[in-house]
Design a protein around this ligand. Sequence first.
Ligand code: V47
Ligand code: SF4
Length: 386
Amino acid sequence: MMTTMSDPQAIVAATADAQLKAIGEKILRHERISFEDGVTLFEKGSLSWLGALANWVREQKHGDKTYFNRNFHIEPTNVCVFSCSFCSYSRLYANREEGWELSVEQMMHIVKSYDGKPVTEVHIVGGVHPKMNFDFFVELLKAIKAHRPDLHIKAFTPVELDYMFRKAKLSVEEGMKLAHEAGLDSLPGGGAEIFDPEIRRQICEDKVDAEGWLHIHRAAHQLGMHSNATMLYGHIENYRHRIDHMDRLRRLQDETGGFNTFIPLKFRNKDNEMSHVPESSVVEDMRMYAVARLYLDNFPHIKAYWPMLGRKNAQLTLSFGVNDIDGTIDDSTKIYSMAGSEEQSPSMSTAQLVALIKQVKRQPVERGTLYNEIRDYSDVSLEEIS
Ligand code: V47
Ligand code: SF4
């Protein structure tokens, strides 16, 4: 049973604003909305109007299906040569006593600890350590594949890849090909932040820029790999910056079709150089998810990453355009708890995830990284879930 009003015209008509009505009509006709339309949605759309429309789009694409994934994270190091001002996680190379760095052997120990467990993906992202070079990561990829060939490896942001390719004197295309051959299956969405150069200069001046980020994802897509995209929102950017960011992604997606999912990441302000910047409200978060669903017409999925947003708010996004709720099952990621997320130990069992989705009358479906459906949990009782 779908939860939207059956008459989409009634959703659009629920605003008195002529501009919004015209945008809503376009969306109902499956017509693409413009850059200015996107800005207008942010500036004028009420939470209820945006939410109802985004929910209609979500249900057109996926019905009530809400995907989750069984995965685990490995963070090779929190030492980082960069100094993004929103980051609560990295420790500069000079302060080594506060950092960790894992060897290939230690990371394989983590991989092996999941032997016999029904995980389908490993997500590997960390800081940019000057000594962890391309060959080190090729060795890691090969070791994981040799041990467990069916485990999908989603790893490394363009920030890490750009650095390791440059140090190895490889072009992006050469580097991506070698990494893919060594076992890299897809790319996660991190490192995108906000593409606008002026905002980037203020929050993450020294790492790969928008063109570099998009170049690396394009190269992955050209090899037939898929990837995700993120946007760090709710800090010093404005609505035009957010639309500009999504517009660049929409254009690359038109070109390659390689993106699976878009993940808005709410800025968290604990223990970083931007702690004076207040965090966005829950209303603003839900508006962000809804506008993302409406603007990114060529992205199949919108994901709420619950370790960052908190599980209750992630549950709420399922009524605002989101159809994927990730699914880390283990306390293996530190980046969000260190930045102030209420999720201090981000582990959720499959039964808890399924219950969270069912509570809002959606249909829980376990997926693989590429959205192949593994199991529909609609008729599975919580007691039966392992
Ligand atoms: O790029 C860092 C973000 C990202 C903060 O593709 C912060 O499935 C908020 O991209 N407040 C890395 N965000 C994580 C990431 C990701 C996570 C889960 C799934 C996937 C996927 C991708 O974390 C960074 C940055 O934007 N981040 N610090 C902070 N204080
Ligand atoms: Fe390094 Fe990533 Fe933190 Fe930036 S966000 S300082 S690149 S770990």
